[in-house]
Design a protein around this ligand. Structure first.
Ligand SMILES: [Zn+2]
Length: 122
């Protein structure tokens, strides 16, 4: 049975080449947390969350549907925020995505952290 407090927030409805809206992604809100489904193609996800009034630390789960950049690259920012501000985030995906998360995204995150460290030293 559907809970009256369950709802969906569309954060983006565009395809990978969208310029006037954000890539397709959305949140599902329920009593057990907020599930973010895909995160678009970059750090624009942070703006979309802010516009929708969704605090990033309230996102309990992230589900990545597939490895196209318009769905995946925003995940880097969501994962970075969770690591940087130390809140928990469960990440879900098809098993074929696990290698990308295991090796690809950590490298991107490390590069970002290294960059932040370098610019903070100046
Ligand atoms: Zn796609």
């Amino acid at each position: 049975m559907q809970n009256k407090n369950d709802y969906i927030t569309m954060l983006g409805t565009g395809n990978a080449l969208a310029t006037r809206c954000y890539n397709t992604c959305f949140t599902l809100h329920g009593e057990k947390g907020v599930l973010l489904v895909d995160a678009g193609g970059g750090n624009g996800i942070l703006t979309q969350l802010e516009k929708a009034g969704i605090r990033r630390e309230d996102i309990s789960d992230l589900f990545v549907t597939h490895a196209h950049t318009g769905h995946l690259l925003g995940c880097v920012w969501i994962m970075r925020m969770a690591l940087q501000f130390r809140y928990s985030l469960r990440v879900w995906s098809h098993k074929t995505m696990h290698l990308k998360f295991k090796y690809g995204l950590p490298l991107i995150l490390l590069a970002q952290i290294a960059f932040m460290y370098l610019i903070s030293e100046k």
